[in-house]
Design a protein around this ligand. Sequence first.
Ligand code: C5P
Length: 226
Amino acid sequence: FQAKVLYGKRVLITAGPTYEAIDPVRGITNLSSGKMGYAIARAAREAGAEVTLVSGPTALATPHGVRRIDVQSAQQMLQAVQAVLNDAPAQHVFVAVAAVADWRVENASAHKIKKDGSAMPELKFAPNPDILAQVAATTSLSGWPYCVGFAAESENLIEYGAAKREKKGIPLLVGNIGPQTFGQDENAIVLFDESGHTVLPRASKLELARQLVSEIAKRLERRSLL
Ligand code: C5P
């Protein structure tokens, strides 16, 4: 049983990796499975929210009752997120869980690159937009949507987590407690907000997602009372 703590709230989530094309059949991606983002989408839906999931390529089934928009690259993910945020009615919560590629291939080829003797293709990289930071920057006046980010630091998580929350300009940052959570069914997380940090001990990603959803709901309630 899950209380409907997000009843009627609209929640937008990014999940999975992004895929940055080199040519029409080759690309660069990362090992994100999408499991945590999909678990949060499911938990938010169970809690009564209207959920939109903008997803990079994953092998996961869409959680029941969730609207899913599939994308490949970081730029497509940004466009899909902006389109949802520009739609009425407004989103109450944005949870950025996707492992967005930091760089895209600037000189991607429109045609399959031919093996050409000993000549190696030379890839040039360009930085991808920071989707979370861009959305967070638009919330400074209204405070909405309530933005939640993730961090996958391998060391000094407590110190870096607090700093990353400030740098991204978001009210809530979730730190993955390693060693390595990509593809795993379990995780442990730390929540950083304006009053410090709270550890949610090791559990299944779905259990943690449910706890995170109720932590988000508590903070939304406090906000609308202020
Ligand atoms: O800066 P870093 O990649 O460590 O930040 C991770 C957080 O920012 C995650 O919530 C991730 O979804 C989000 N992010 C993003 N767009 C990027 C890079 C990260 O939305 N280009």
